[in-house]
Design a protein around this ligand. Structure first.
Ligand SMILES: Cc1ncc(COP(=O)(O)O)c(C=O)c1O
Length: 409
């Protein structure tokens, strides 16, 4: 079954304008349902939580519904495993403050050279404590993170491996389930950045068997707000970063200043949307479960995205001046529709300036994957040009872009 793109686009008021948004890996457009829920919370239940009066009780129920919803969404086993905060960068930073106290001099951790800095910098600070930080480098030709290379880096002292589910530049989907099992067999924990994966596929933290997993809702059709999942047994053992009297309470010990109430409630806009989308494609069957709705919806999303990737990559693959920075294949198991490339003899920033004259938003740069861009030798030419699509983009939009790029490349 094909994705009903008209239904999809109607749920995003900003898509009714004349801009084409291909900078979605930077941030997606927001769902109407999310915006309405946030407004509703602020107008009707904006009080302190935990008091005995009725409005406070109702506000508490709304926030709790948001947290439980997100637990169901990523298939956590308990809502206490859900930590919410302002950004993935902030949540990893907080986690690193806790882990940095827990790990000891002589321990080892492994980071990649292809992650966004949010999932590298915090763990690199451990070096100051005498913890060894090793770097798992991608293969420059295939752009793969090879498990054999990880095997060479891991020792009995390795405590933690941090990597991305999907690179925000390369678009490649890493085989996290396999890597997690490899890391666990060697006695370490795995922490995964799902920011560039979550807009395109549905994470399942139990199936992946990850120890920590984070992503940001402003890239998943929602507000500037983020989630960090941690396995309960780890969160219980790790030291907190909140007030001393909250030391025993998860997730509160990792949430200084509490969650943002209106945004937590607003996250349920994603539930409204995915259930609605699944129902539209389910021949009248009424879908009520968030997880089930999300599974159906993301299957349709992945199929549609594959078509978008195919159309753009087939065009770019034929251009002799273009080098794709990432996989040239479009299969949905291999990649998401985040496509980066460079053009022979041109600085990366030249192309977006030309393209945006036609009301199409794309972008160039290193996208905070600075180490990757340096490693690939692309810094001097301004990094890469990135076209990052999501399921609300259409083949017609891709064709519009291709028409313009055809003149420029
Ligand atoms: C792959 C990836 N990880 C992490 C981040 C950081 O997310 P946040 O802005 O929520 O800190 C980004 C943001 O662009 C990203 O693309």
């Amino acid at each position: 079954m094909e994705l009903n793109i008209d239904y999809v686009r109607k749920q995003f008021p900003s898509l009714s304008g004349d801009w084409v948004f291909f900078e979605n890996a930077g941030g997606t457009q927001v769902l109407q349902s999310t915006a309405l829920r946030i407004g509703d919370y602020l107008i009707n239940t904006n009080v302190q939580l935990g008091a005995s009066y009725e409005v406070s009780q109702r506000a508490g129920e709304r926030v709790d519904e948001g947290i439980r919803g997100m637990g169901e969404y990523i298939n956590a086993s308990d809502k206490s495993e859900i930590i919410l905060g302002s950004s993935t960068s902030m949540l990893f930073r907080l986690l690193s403050m806790s882990m940095g106290e827990f790990f000891k001099a002589g321990d080892e951790v492994i980071v990649t050279n292809c992650d966004h800095e949010a999932n590298i910098g915090p763990w690199r600070t451990f070096e100051k404590k005498g913890i060894t930080v090793k770097e798992w480098k991608i293969n420059r030709e295939t752009f793969d993170l090879e498990i054999e290379e990880l095997g060479k880096l891991m020792t009995e002292k390795t405590r933690f491996v941090a990597l991305t589910h999907t690179s925000n530049v390369l678009g490649t989907i890493n085989g996290i389930k396999k890597i997690a099992s490899f890391v666990h067999e060697r006695g370490a924990w795995i922490g995964v950045d799902g920011v560039a994966y979550a807009p395109h596929r549905l994470p399942d933290v139990q199936d992946l068997d990850v120890d920590f997993y984070a992503f940001s809702f402003y890239k998943v059709y929602g507000p500037h707000y983020s989630i960090l999942y941690g396995k309960k047994e780890h969160l219980e053992r790790l030291p907190g970063v909140n007030h001393f009297f909250l030391e025993k309470e998860i997730p509160y010990k990792f949430q200084p200043g509490h969650v943002n109430f209106e945004l937590t409630y607003g996250l349920l806009g994603l539930k409204d949307y995915l259930i609605g989308l699944a129902s539209v494609h389910s021949n009248g069957e009424k879908i009520v479960s968030f997880r089930k709705g999300a599974e159906i919806a993301f299957d349709l999303i992945a199929k549609h995205e594959e078509k978008l990737s195919k159309r753009l990559l087939e065009f770019l693959n034929c251009k002799r001046s273009v080098r794709i920075i990432g996989k040239t294949e479009w299969g949905r198991e291999v990649r998401v529709p985040t496509v980066s490339f460079v053009v022979k003899g041109k600085s990366a920033d030249e192309i977006p300036l030309e393209v945006e004259k036609h009301k199409i938003a794309i972008r160039s740069g290193d996208f905070y994957a600075r180490r990757l861009i340096d490693y690939l030798g692309l810094s001097e030419q301004g990094g890469v040009i990135r076209v990052s699509m999501v399921h609300y983009n259409t083949l017609e939009e891709v064709d519009r872009l291709i028409g313009i790029l055809d003149e420029l490349l």
